[in-house]
Design a protein around this ligand. Structure first.
Ligand code: ADP
Ligand code: MG
Length: 630
C-alpha cells in the first residue's frame, strides 16, 4: 500500500515538472543568475551551518545532562546566573528567601546527579554480577530451591528464649554486631548458654578462651539453629570457632544416634583457600574432638584432604569413616572425581575466606563441589573481606541466610598499628634489616613474587637471621616444616607469599612487613591481619615507592584514614578526580572490590577482569583458569 501511494506521488511530481519544462522561461542575465546562485549557496550553507549549530547545541545539552556530576563545580556559577535572573524577575521576594530557594534547587540538582551516578553504578554492578547462581549444576538443572533452613536438635536455653527482641537488639548494639535476615537467631553472650558440653568449655579455657567474641556471640547460635550464614568479621576475631564448634556438636549427635561405619561420611565439609589454613583448621577440630573423647564421648574422625601430600594416606583415613573433612578445592575435586570421597551424607558446608576463593577464580570448582551434594545442606561463608558483588552472588547459594557483620567488610583490624614508608626499590633489602629491629620476633614478611621471597630469605640467612620461607613453588614437606618451626617459635622470621596471608593464626606475631604493596587492598587487610589478633596489638610496616599503582595507593590512603592511622604526607597529598565522589550514597568506596579509594566506575580490578575476559574469548577453558598453588 505504502509503496504504491508513494510511487503515485512521485509520478505526480514528475508530471508537474515536465509541465513546467513545457512552459516558457524568460532570459536572465549572467550577472543576475550568478547572484542568485550565490545567494542559494549562501542559504544552503546557512542551513548547514544552522544545522551543525543545532546539533552541537543538542550534544552540549545532552552531555551536560549526562555529566552533571562532572560539572558539579561549575554549578555554583550557573547558580549565580540564575540568581541574578531570578532577582530581576522577582525582586519583591526577600533575598534570604531567594537564597534558600536557590539553595534548595541546587541541592535537588545535586541529588539527581547523585542518584544518576548511583543508578549507573548499580547498572555496572549488575552487568558484572555472576549470571548463574552459586549452586551445584544438578540443583540448577532441576531448579531445586530450598525454602526452609535445615532443622537441628538445638534450641536456645529457656532463659534466652524468654528475652524480648529489644533485649537481643541491645546486646547486639553493645557488641557492634549487625545482623540481617529473616527470623533472626538470638545472640548469646557465654559458651555455657550455648549448651556446649563441659569438655568443650574446659578445652576452650585451656586455650585462654573464656568469653565469646562478637562474631561468636551471634554466629554460633545462628549455626547451631541450622541457619545458612555469611559471617564477616575482622581478622583474628575468632571466626574459626563459629563453624568448627557447631559441626563438632552435630557430628557428635549423629554419631550417638547411629555410629559411623567404614566408608561413611563426611557429614561436614570445610573448604579452605590454602593447604596451610586447612591444616590449621584440621588441628583445631582434632583438639576439640580429643577434649570430648577424653571426657568419655565417642571420638570423632576428621580427615584432611590437601594437595602435596600422598593421596594414599588421606584415603586410608577417609575409608575408615569420617565425620568431618577439611579440604582445599583442587585435591577434593580430584578425589570426588575418582569417587574416592562422596558427599552423599554431607549436610554441612563451611567455606573459610570465601570471597578470596571466589575472587581467585575458583568459583567453578566450588560449583562443581556443590553438585556432589545429594540433598539440602547448611551453607556457611566466612571472611574478613566480602565485597558486595560476592555477597550478592553468594546469597544465591544460601537458604534464608543470616548475615552477621562485625565491623565493615574489608576494614582492617583496629588493633594493628599501620605504618607506611617510602623506600626506593633498590634500598628495600637493606632497609628490611633495619625494619626488623622495630620489634622483637616473631616477624612475618610478605612479598608478592616467589623470587622475591627466595632472595629475601637468602639475604636474611646471610645476615644471620633465623628465617624460613614459604611459597607455592616449594614442596609441601618444606612448607609444612617451615610453618611449624615458625609457629613453635623455633624460627624468628617467616618470609612468605600470599599463601600465608589468609586465615593463618600464628601466635603473637609482633610485626608484619609488606616488602611490597599487594595488588589488591583486600590482600593487604588479610596480610596485616596476621598480627593484632584477638585483643593483642601489633605493627604492620608497608614499603611503597613509585612502582606502586596510584589506585591501590588511594585505597590504602582511605583505609588508613578509616582506621584512624597516621597517613604519611606523600599519601595524604595524593588526590584524584574520582575522590570527590567517594562518599556518594550509603556505601563508601567501590562496590565491586571494596577498595575505599575509588568508585566502581574506576575499579582497576574490574577493568583487569574485563580485559582478561575479552582476551579469553574463544580460548579453551583450562587456559583461562587460574592455576594458583592449591
Ligand atoms: P579469624 O578466623 O577471625 O581470623 P581465628 O578464628 O583464627 O580468627 O582466631 C584468632 C585467635 O583468637 C585464635 O588463636 C583463637 O584461639 C583465638 N580466639 C578465638 N576465640 C576467642 C575468644 N572468644 N577469646 C579469646 N581468644 C579467642
Ligand atoms: Mg580465619
Amino acid at each position: 500500500m505504502y509503496s504504491q501511494s508513494r510511487r503515485r506521488k512521485i509520478s505526480g511530481r514528475q508530471s508537474e515538472e515536465s509541465s513546467d519544462d513545457e512552459n516558457y522561461v524568460p532570459y536572465i542575465p549572467v550577472k543576475q543568475r550568478k547572484k542568485a546562485q550565490f545567494q542559494n549557496v549562501e542559504m544552503r550553507l546557512g542551513r548547514a551551518a544552522a544545522l551543525i549549530k543545532e546539533e552541537e547545541e543538542a550534544i552540549k545539552q545532552s552531555t551536560s545532562e549526562g555529566s552533571e556530576i562532572s560539572e558539579r563545580e561549575d554549578e555554583d556559577n550557573s547558580g549565580e546566573e540564575e540568581e541574578t535572573q531570578g532577582a530581576g524577575e522577582r525582586s519583591h521576594i526577600s533575598l534570604l528567601d531567594q537564597h534558600s530557594e536557590l539553595k534548595k534547587k541546587a541541592e535537588a540538582k545535586k541529588e539527581t546527579a547523585r542518584e544518576k551516578l548511583l543508578k549507573e553504578e548499580e547498572r555496572i554492578l549488575e552487568s558484572v554480577a555472576e549470571k548463574t547462581a552459586l549452586m551445584g549444576v544438578a540443583e540448577l538443572a532441576k531448579g531445586i530451591q530450598y525454602q526452609e533452613a535445615i532443622k537441628t536438635g538445638w534450641l536456645p536455653p529457656r532463659c534466652i528464649r524468654e528475652l524480648s527482641e529489644t533485649r537481643h537488639e541491645r546486646l547486639r548494639k553493645k557488641m557492634h554486631i549487625l545482623v540481617e535476615g529473616e527470623d533472626l537467631p538470638p545472640p548469646i553472650a557465654n559458651f555455657k548458654e550455648m549448651k556446649f558440653p563441659k569438655a568443650i568449655i574446659s578445652g576452650l579455657k585451656k586455650k585462654g578462651i573464656t568469653k565469646p567474641t562478637p562474631i561468636q556471640i551471634q554466629g554460633i547460635p545462628t549455626v547451631l539453629l541450622g541457619r545458612d550464614m555469611i559471617g564477616i568479621a575482622f581478622t583474628g576475631s575468632g571466626k574459626t570457632l563459629v563453624f568448627t564448634l557447631p559441626i563438632i556438636m552435630f557430628c557428635l549427635e549423629q554419631e550417638k544416634r547411629l555410629p559411623f561405619i567404614k566408608g561413611e561420611g563426611p557429614y561436614g565439609l570445610i573448604i579452605c583457600p590454602s593447604r596451610e589454613l586447612a591444616r590449621q583448621t584440621h588441628e583445631i577440630i582434632q583438639y576439640y574432638s580429643q577434649c570430648l573423647a577424653d571426657d568419655g564421648f565417642p571420638l570423632l574422625h576428621c580427615g584432611l584432604c590437601i594437595g602435596g601430600v600422598s593421596v594414599k594416606e588421606q584415603l586410608e583415613v577417609i575409608k575408615a569413616g569420617i565425620h568431618i573433612l577439611v579440604a582445599t578445592t583442587g585435591r577434593l575435586m580430584d578425589m570426588l572425581n575418582k569417587k574416592m570421597v562422596t558427599l552423599d551424607v554431607c549436610r554441612y558446608l563451611a567455606m573459610d575466606e570465601a570471597d578470596r576463593m571466589i575472587d581467585m577464580g575458583f568459583e567453578e570448582d566450588v560449583r562443581t563441589i556443590f553438585s556432589y551434594f545429594k540433598s539440602q545442606r547448611q551453607t556457611l561463608l566466612f571472611s574478613a573481606t566480602m565485597p558486595k558483588k560476592i555477597q550478592n552472588f553468594a546469597r544465591s547459594a544460601l537458604v534464608k541466610p543470616v548475615t552477621v557483620n562485625v565491623g565493615r567488610a574489608g576494614a582492617a583490624s583496629l588493633d594493628v598499628i599501620q605504618e607506611v614508608e617510602y623506600v626506593k626499590q633498590e634500598a628495600k633489602m637493606m632497609y628490611l634489616l633495619e625494619c626488623l629491629q622495630k620489634t622483637a620476633p616473631p616477624v612475618l614478611i610478605f612479598a608478592e613474587k616467589k623470587q622475591d621471597v627466595d632472595s629475601i630469605h637468602e639475604y636474611l640467612l646471610l645476615k644471620g637471621v633465623e628465617a624460613v620461607a614459604v611459597h607455592g613453588g616449594k614442596d609441601q614437606e618444606e612448607r609444612t616444616r617451615s610453618v611449624d618451626q615458625f609457629k613453635h617459635f623455633k624460627k624468628d622470621v617467616l618470609v612468605a607469599t600470599d599463601v600465608a596471608s589468609k586465615g593463618l593464626d600464628f601466635p603473637d606475631i609482633q610485626h608484619v612487613i609488606n616488602y611490597d604493596m599487594p595488588e589488591d587492598i583486600e590482600n593487604y587487610v588479610h596480610r596485616i591481619g596476621r598480627t593484632g589478633r584477638c585483643g593483642k596489638t601489633g605493627i604492620a610496616t608497608t614499603f611503597i615507592n613509585k612502582t606502586v599503582e596510584e589506585s591501590i595507593l588511594l585505597d590504602l590512603k582511605h583505609l588508613l584514614i578509616e582506621a584512624k592511622q597516621n597517613c604519611p604526607p606523600f599519601l595524604a597529598g595524593m588526590t584524584s578526580e574520582s575522590e570527590k565522589y567517594l562518599d556518594i550514597g550509603g556505601e563508601v568506596g567501590c562496590s565491586y572490590c571494596g577498595g575505599l579509594g575509588h568508585r566502581i566506575s574506576d575499579c582497576p580490578k574490574l577493568e583487569a577482569l574485563q580485559t582478561k575476559q575479552a582476551q579469553n574469548i574463544g580460548r579453551r577453558d583450562y587456559l583461562a583458569n587460574n592455576s594458583a598453588d592449591w
